[in-house]
Design a binder for this molecule. Sequence first.
Ligand code: PGA
Length: 250
Amino acid sequence: MTNRKLIAGNWKMNGSLAANEVLVKALLQGADSAPACDVVLCVPAPYLGQVQALVADSHLALGSQDVSAQTHGAYTGEKSATMLKDFGVRYAIVGHSERRQYHGETDETVAAKAAAALGAGITPIVCVGETLAERDAGQTEEVVKRQLAAVIHVNGHCISEIVVAYEPVWAIGTGKTASPGQAQAVHALLRTQLHHASSEHAPGIRILYGGSMNAANAAELLAQPDIDGGLIGGASLKAPDFLQIIAAAR
Ligand code: PGA
């Protein structure tokens, strides 16, 4: 089975009103209005309203980089799933390694955030991935399985609604990409784990690769049988590069 691919841009904490407008307009002009894949832009929260207006009635979907596990109340600085939904957000990244590392997000927090997104009809893009030290210690399989297991444990009943992103931490923003073989090997074991949770839905769950995916390496990564798209940081800020990645996803 081949899934329709998903190409997700993760702008991280980059952009400005002026730069966002230039970037999104270039993406709208440069892309086929009906690309062979789904495309989402995960933008910084202050720009959701701006980008919602820019992508209205286009093939570009809007995404968030995080979501609160809570529904409302005294959680200063947090953004609830229903608030994101108000801005037309369709996808939310949860458990990005930068959130795990700098904001102390645990596997349990990530699972709760995925549940909060699902509860509001937003598709969580659940990130998993090992550090270099974990890979070197031969712990890659154990780490990614533990991270995904927490999400399956809490959200098993709606597992078919999630997207998984394998992002080896050592490949993020470093220019060091996992080789297609290394990435496929981890994707295959994540697929097997999903299969144990739901043999019916596992084949259709999209598993994205992230970590220095760029215009030059995208096609080979996306050709792997269990790589159903990409989560792209740096290269999603450059319209020509992101457009080339979109064109490679078919
Ligand atoms: P990168 O980031 O493409 O800049 O490596 C990917 C990510 O962190 O999602």
